[in-house]
Every structure is written in C-alpha cells, then in structure tokens.
Design a protein around this ligand. Structure first.
Ligand code: NDP
Length: 346
C-alpha cells in the first residue's frame, strides 16, 4: 500500500475543505484549534497501471497549514503525527508532500524517531525528490523546443541550485541533457562553490543577473510572495519551470514570450477515482499530481519498499534513471505547456 501525506494550501482553504468533508467541529475552530487537530486519513484509492498491476493507497491530511510554519513545535508535531498514522495503518511507502518534506529536512526530524509508543521506520517514507527532479528535467527537455529554444545553445538558470532537487537537476542538465551553460543561483556562496566544483562548470550569479541572461529558468526554491522581479529584463522567448512550492510564478510573469509551466507535476494515463488532488488544487485533479506523490506510487508498483529519496544531495543520475523508467512504464507523463493549456480550457 502507498501513502501520501499532504496539507491544504492555506488555513482558509483547509477550513472550507474540512466543512465539505463533514469535520464541522474542526472547520469552525481558529488556528489554535487547528494546531492541536490530529492528522486524518481522508481517502482510500485503488490505482491500476497500464500493465494491469493494481495497487492500493491512502491520503493522509496532516492538518498542517502554511500559516503554522512559524510555529516550530506545531509544524514538527504535525509531520511526525502524520508519519506515525501512516505507519500505524501499515502503509509500506509514503511520500511527504508539500511543506512536510521541507519541515522534515529543515527541522531535522531524523532526531525524532520516537512518536509516543511508535518507533518510526524511515524506510517507509520518501521525500519523492528524485522523481520530482527527473520530471522537471523532462519538462525542460520536452517544452524548450516547443517554444523554439535549441537546448544545445540554451542558458539555463537554476534558482535553488544547491538544494536537494536543484543539485540533481544541475547534474542531469550538465551530464545528460547537455545545455550550453548552467547559471547557478542560491544565497549561500560556499555550497554554490562546492556544487560548481562537483559539476566541473556552471557560472554562479545573483538572481537578477541570471534572469536577464537565461533562456530557461528552473525555480526549485520556495520564493517569497513579495519577491520583486523586473520582468522587462527577461529574455524572450523564455521558459520558466515553476518547481517550487507554492507554485505562484504565473502571477509574477505574464506577457508574450514568457512561458510559465508548473514544474514537478505528472499526469496519469487515465482518470483515478480519488478526490485528494482537488485538495492540492490541480487543474485536472483526476489525473494530475505532484511528482513526489507519484514516487510513492511508483515504488509500490515496483514493490520497491525503501526510502528511495532521503536526506539532502543524495540524488544520483542512476536513481533518476530508475524512477524515470518506472514513471514511463506505469503510465505517467510530465505536464507540458500543451497539456497545461488544455486543462485550463476544460
Ligand atoms: P532545499 O531546501 O533542499 O533547497 C532549497 C534551495 O533554494 C537551496 O539551494 C537554497 O539555497 C535555495 N534558496 C532558498 N531561498 C532562496 C532565495 N530566496 N533565493 C535564491 N535561492 C534560494 O529544497 P528542496 O530541493 O527539497 O525543494 C525545493 C523546492 O521544491 C521547494 O520549494 C519545495 O517545496 C519544492 N518541491 C516541489 C515538489 C513538486 O512540485 N512536485 C516536490 C518537492 C519539493 P540557499 O539557502 O543558499 O539560498
């Protein structure tokens, strides 16, 4: 059985959804009430791959909302409680979606193996970052030519280059895709220098300079909503792959020649009878999902029950190959500019 741990995109949204699901007592509570609310297993689902393999899964809402990010202990408790619930339900492999994997890594939850009388078994969980990184690279390779960009001549800026996903994307683009130049963007210098050395190339640049030079921008950092970008300096055409969470770049860049694609999203080959992706606000929620969620499904399809994506900067090209091949085999495809536009019209 696979599991997905997720959360609503805002407190307001969470209350509305709780009301729809019949959890009135929680829905009416204020943020303090929500801080104490336990995780909920809200849905079971059955999924069949194009090869006929059937798997079962469950969606757990951690009852975390982004407004709780500044409440360190609450955020930590929410993620650990959701993981405990997944394990108690006997789920083999569960993906940590949205902010939950970031909380896990940034708040160093590896130190908190014991939750009440449960000892968490890390091999039951995955961040899903390997599949996310592979999907973002495929999105770049497929969509750049659609807007007239020649990858062998393209400059690609990776914003969040030193992160878990960003560093994997950089490795793939420099060794597999073969783009003309990588522009490496992050705030801290030393990790950037280490990455540059590992890659044997790439130019370290500030965000503004990188944006003015790049034909393609891969965003794999959670950018503040207040970030002010002068879009007149962006090259045309430009492909922007919004791999961060929340996905809010289309609000910032609009206008001819700038193509914003939601990054790290995949589509299953047929409708899945679940409601859970409506919670995640997908354009086509019966088929689309975060690639990190799909990683748990792929590991279940492959009977590969292990914490496949774990820790920081452990994503190898071999792991990306494995999960990428599994993704294609089991009926997933990376969201493209074309499918994104079709879903908007529908
Ligand atoms: P990490 O914390 O490992 O990396 C974040 C990276 O962003 C680091 O390189 C960091 O470097 C950089 N960064 C952070 N803030 C800024 C800033 N203001 N300007 C420039 N660089 C910045 O995160 P992950 O790799 O695990 O995840 C990256 C993003 O991808 C997150 O937003 C996450 O939510 C999202 N994600 C999306 C998924 C999907 O859509 N399917 C699945 C999983 C994750 P520094 O601190 O030095 O600036």
């Amino acid at each position: 059985m696979f599991g997905l741990i997720g959360h609503s995109t805002s407190f307001q949204d969470a209350r509305r959804k709780a009301m729809e699901l019949g959890y009135d007592h929680i829905a009416e509570g204020d943020l303090d009430v929500w801080c104490t609310a336990p995780p909920q297993l809200v849905e079971h689902v059955e999924v069949v791959s194009p090869l006929g393999k059937k798997i079962e899964g469950a969606y757990i809402d951690s009852c975390f909302v982004p407004e709780m990010l500044s409440r360190f202990k609450t955020a930590r408790r929410k993620v650990l409680n959701a993981m405990e619930l997944a394990q108690k339900k006997g789920i083999n492999i569960t993906a940590l979606g949205g902010f939950t994997s970031i909380i896990f890594e940034n708040f160093n939850l590896l130190q908190h193996k014991h939750v009440r009388n449960t000892t968490l078994e890390w091999e039951r969980f995955t961040t899903g970052n390997t599949h996310t990184a592979w999907v973002i690279c495929r999105q770049l390779e497929i969509n750049a030519p659609l807007i007239g960009l020649d990858l062998s001549k393209a400059r690609v800026a990776v914003v969040g280059a030193t992160g878990d996903i960003g560093s994997a994307v950089c490795r793939w683009l420099s060794q597999r895709t073969g783009v003309a130049e990588l522009l490496l963007v992050a705030r801290q210098q030393q990790p950037l220098l280490d990455l540059q050395q590992e890659l044997g190339g790439g130019r370290i640049l500030g965000l503004e300079k990188a944006l003015s030079e790049a034909d393609i921008v891969v965003w794999v950092a959670s950018m503040p909503k207040t970030l002010d970008i002068n879009s007149s300096q962006i090259r045309r055409p430009c492909l922007m792959i919004d791999g961060g969470y929340p996905k809010n770049l289309d609000e910032k860049f609009s206008g001819s020649g700038v193509h914003v694609l939601k990054g790290g999203i995949v589509e299953f080959f047929e409708d899945i009878g679940w409601n859970m992706m409506e919670l995640a606000e997908m354009e086509n929620p019966k088929r689309q999902m975060f690639a990190c969620f799909a990683e748990a499904m792929l590991l279940e399809f492959e009977d590969f029950h292990t914490n496949f994506s774990w820790g920081r900067n452990n994503i190898t090209l071999e792991k990306m190959d494995f999960i990428g091949q599994a993704s294609i085999k089991h009926g997933f495809s990376a969201l493209s500019l074309n499918s994104q536009a079709q879903a908007k019209v529908a």
